[in-house]
Design a protein. Structure first.
Length: 179
């Protein structure tokens, strides 16, 4: 996993809970915490941090990941405003993930492994997002979606219809966006 993810997590945790909390998470996970944005680190390190945070906060790991995704989105907007400025709303932004944003991520962070998204529309007009990644970080994707909606002054109601954690080949998220 690219160091930028760890940098975002550090900034989110330090901003909301203080730098000492970040240091405590690193100590308890037995990690050095020396992450450079372009560096690549074992996926197990992010899972170890999420696991420690989950135990410390008495929350499921999926809730920790959702929190992180939501809190990371404003940080991403500040670091990469061009990813967001051309879009009028959350749906328009999300639909660019595979074709515009992830190719740019690969340019900025060589070697990054990004999830694959497929999009559709439900009978009710909701955005249906198929998420596929060997990391199975669908809860993080949900947090990013919620954070993106907040950026565009919208609300995202997300229902997961199927999940890789339950044996499905991909996660399917039904996303209803509204003001």
């Amino acid at each position: 996993m690219k160091g930028i993810v760890f940098n975002l997590l550090e900034q989110a945790v330090s901003t909301e809970f203080g730098e000492e909390t970040w240091d405590k998470l690193l100590d308890e996970a037995n990690l050095s915490g020396a992450y450079t944005s372009l560096g690549s680190y074992a996926d197990g390190e992010i899972f170890a941090l999420v696991d420690i945070a989950s135990k410390t906060l008495n929350l499921p790991p999926s809730d920790v990941l959702r929190w992180f995704g939501r809190r990371a989105m404003p940080l991403l907007v500040a670091r990469h405003p061009g990813f967001f400025s051309d879009h009028a709303d959350t749906r328009a932004f999300l639909l660019t993930l595979n074709d515009i944003i992830h190719p740019e991520v690969h340019k900025l962070y060589p070697g990054a492994i990004t999830p694959v998204f497929d999009f559709g529309v439900s009978d009710d007009g909701d955005l249906v997002i198929n998420y596929s990644s060997p990391r199975k970080l669908c809860a993080l994707a949900e947090g990013f979606i919620t954070g993106a909606a907040e950026h565009f002054h919208e609300q995202a109601d997300i229902k997961q219809q199927q999940c890789m954690h339950e044996g499905a080949s991909k996660c399917v998220l039904n996303v209803r966006l509204h003001k």
